[in-house]
Every structure is written in C-alpha cells, then in structure tokens.
Design a protein around this ligand. Structure first.
Ligand SMILES: Cc1ncc(C[n+]2csc(CCOP(=O)(O)OP(=O)(O)O)c2C)c(N)n1
Ligand code: SF4
Ligand SMILES: [Mg+2]
Length: 317
C-alpha cells in the first residue's frame, strides 16, 4: 500500500539553502533548480555521491564548492557503485559503534543521463539488485552536455545533437528515448518517481518520501539545458511545464508496485507547443511533428491503462 503524505505547499519548503549560489551552471540551467530543491528536501543528514557531468564540473571548481552536504566526486560510470560503498561503510561504522546505531544517514547518488542510462547502467543495476539503502537521482538533460552535446540513450527522437546532426540525410536522433524507469522498475525497487523543475512541491514530496523509505529508491528528473536544447534561459520553467502539459513528460510515482500519476492533465496541449520553443527541434517538418505527437499519444494511452482511468486527457487545440 502506498503511503499518502500531506502534499506540501511552497511554504513547507525550508528557506535554508544547502546548495550555495555562485556556482558556474549556465543561466537558466534546469539542473540548478533541481539541485537547489533536492538538497532542501534531503535535509542535512545525507551524503551525496556525484558522477562526473555538468553538475559536478560546474559546482566544484577547486578550491570552491556549492555543496553544504558531505559530497564525493566519483567517475562518470560508477556513482551507484561508489554510493553502495559509502552505504556499506556507514553500516560497518554502526556495527563497530563508531556512529550511533539509530543515526539515519541517507546516501544519495546523483548522475546525468549519460552517466545513468548508458555508462553507469551496470553500476546502477548492481546497486538496485543488492538492495542498498541509497537514493539514486538522474537529472536528465537528454545528452552528454558537459562534453559538447553528444547524444545519449536519453536523447529524444528527432532531436539535434552534435553526434545526431541535421542535414539532407540525417534528421537528428533516429532512436526513441530509452525507458529508464522501466529498467529500474524491473528491479522491483520499493520506490521510483519522476519529477520536473516546474512542479517543485511535487519534487519536494517525492525526494522526502524516497529518503524515508528503506532500500534502493530512484528519481528521474526532467532537466532542461539552455545551450543543449537551444532555449532562451528565461523559458526553462515554461518549457518544463509545457513538457507536462503536452504529455511529453508525466509526473508519477511507483510505490511498492502501486502506480500513481501525481500531476493529472485533463486537457493536453499539442506537442508542437513544446517542440517549437527549442532550437534542437527547429528542423522538424509538420509530418515529423505529427509522428512525435502519435508517439506521445501512445505513451499517454499506456499510462492511462496502467492507472485504470484517464488521468492524462486528449489533446485540445
Ligand atoms: C569513462 C569516461 N568516459 C568519458 C568521460 C568524459 N565525460 C565526462 S562527463 C561526460 C558526459 C556526461 O553526460 P551526462 O552524464 O549526461 O551529464 P551532463 O554532462 O549532461 O550533465 C563525458 C563523456 C569520462 N569522464 N569518463
Ligand atoms: S550546459 Fe546545460 S546542463 Fe550544463 S550547466 Fe549549462 S544549462 Fe546546465
Ligand atoms: Mg546529460
């Protein structure tokens, strides 16, 4: 049975900042909004293990750091393995009486989509399989941004990247986005959820929940990237909200196998409204947009079937 926590309001979110300003993330970076609120939701008793990627390189330029939590940098491919080791060390220290047995410390691994969907997938699978008490968060900006916008397994269909160019022959990415939530849920984890920076109270509730639950938990976060998506830095939240309003992104959680959409959308907007704000989709023809609309419709239908009723409604122009 899923627990029904009180839905927080914006006033429930702590004012104290645990992610300091003055980092080098781009203006309008979706991951900056995510990290600021994720760290607030984690509370102080957490240790963060961060894979190489944009968030890492921009927040820990030696000798400075934006993190007020104990924070460990780990290679691109093994954030989940590093976090597993930290969690095992905490257990050993409790056994030896170095720290009190009842002290709750949550280990949190954070990685980009490249470090999670692709190169870190094996480490993630091992961590979930061994049932470590770790929350894994992937901020998904849908490409390898830190190294120059190369496609990843999370890059959406038809998106331009530097390795899926647009020209006479190529039309951007030709493979659909990998279903990371499906892969994680196949490990029968106690909790997995999707979050979006335009829905901060939903994000806050889910991170709090994931921290409280014993065992491996997972959060997939939508994370616009201004240079990579070719968007106006002022439109990050607008684009994030449109992703939900068009059904491109669905906010949901799965607790002990029980599926729940946390942001129902009774009337969907056409996917074109989301695509047209982004330079990475500028090349799309009306036919290609219609094809993407059909793909989104199919996914919405699948989600509605899972829920057993229409939580994401039809497109209303
Ligand atoms: C084994 C290995 N291969 C390649 C790299 C170079 N590298 C560092 S970060 C990165 C891309 C990270 O992409 P992602 O995880 O999506 O994070 P983002 O930069 O988009 O935030 C790459 C290719 C590396 N550090 N280690
Ligand atoms: S390149 Fe993208 S993900 Fe990286 S800091 Fe800039 S906006 Fe954020
Ligand atoms: Mg990325």
């Amino acid at each position: 049975m899923s627990t029904k926590p009180k839905i927080p309001t914006i006033w429930d979110i702590p004012r104290e900042e645990l992610f300091a300003p003055g980092h080098r993330m781009c203006q309008g970076c979706g991951a900056a909004i995510l990290m600021r609120h994720i760290t607030k939701a984690l509370g102080k008793d957490a240790i963060i293990v961060e894979a190489t990627g944009c968030v890492e390189v921009t927040t820990t330029v030696y000798p400075q750091t934006a993190w007020k939590h104990p924070w460990l940098h780990i290679a691109f491919e093994n954030a989940a393995a590093g976090a597993s080791g930290v969690e095992a060390a905490i257990k050993a220290m409790k056994r030896k009486g170095v720290i009190p047995k009842d002290k709750k410390v949550k280990v949190v691994a954070i990685g980009g989509d490249g470090g999670t969907f692709d190169i870190g997938l094996q480490a993630l699978s091992g961590m979930l399989e061994r049932r470590h008490n770790v929350l894994y968060i992937v901020y998904d900006n849908e490409a390898y941004m830190n190294t120059g916008i190369q496609r990843s397994g999370a890059t959406p269909y038809k998106a331009w990247t530097t390795t899926t160019p647009v020209g006479k022959v190529w039309r951007g990415e030709w493979r659909p986005k990998k279903d990371i939530m499906g892969i994680v849920l196949a490990h029968r984890v106690p909790y997995a959820a999707t979050v979006n920076p335009a829905y901060i109270t939903d994000l806050y509730m889910k991170v709090r929940k994931a921290v409280e639950i014993e065992g491996p938990t997972f959060i997939h976060a939508f994370s616009p990237c201004t240079p990579g998506w070719r968007i106006d830095p002022a439109l990050t939240v607008t684009v994030s909200r449109l992703a939900v309003q068009t059904g491109v992104w669905i906010n949901y959680e799965v607790e002990n196998g029980e599926f729940r959409v946390t942001t129902p959308v009774p009337k969907r907007k056409p996917v074109k409204e989301y695509l047209r704000l982004q330079g990475r989709f500028r090349h799309l023809t009306e036919e290609e947009i219609a094809e993407i609309q059909r793909m989104v419709d199919e996914e919405v239908e699948r989600i509605n079937k899972l829920v057993g009723k229409t939580v994401i409604g039809p497109v209303v122009e």
